[in-house]
Design a protein around this ligand. Sequence first.
Ligand SMILES: [Zn+2]
Ligand SMILES: [Zn+2]
Length: 152
Amino acid sequence: MTLTLPLDGGCICGALRYRVKDLPLAVFMCHCDNCQKRTGSAFSLSMIVWRKDFETTSGETLWCDLPGGSGALHRQHVCPHCLTRTHTEMMAHPDIINVRPGTLDRPQAVMPVAQVWTSAAHPWALAADIRCFEENPIDVPSLVAEWRARHG
Ligand SMILES: [Zn+2]
Ligand SMILES: [Zn+2]
């Protein structure tokens, strides 16, 4: 499905809004323990975008630094009013913002290209017909190319 750009999104209460100005790099499902705890659910979704393509268009964020599933430090951003998590900075990759695509105005417009940390997944939560990685993905450039070919 070709995406209509820009991609707008925001928190539940509407105070925090953001925009992704150009085509994202990829969308992944993550089944790691950390994502399960944070969401109180079975997995989370990550939409990787270039930092230069991301901006908050209204509101401020509250944030905290915590290790992600891989142990690397991540800065989690939430709306200070409704506590919706909209995006994450991966401190080891300063060029990248990890947007939480469930907060897009049209979240169904993007689909995951792979699922990661399947070693921690609930069996019933595994998606059919997408690539699986037991921990962090390898060969990320080929996943990016595949995702962009589908959505660009
Ligand atoms: Zn809010
Ligand atoms: Zn995770």
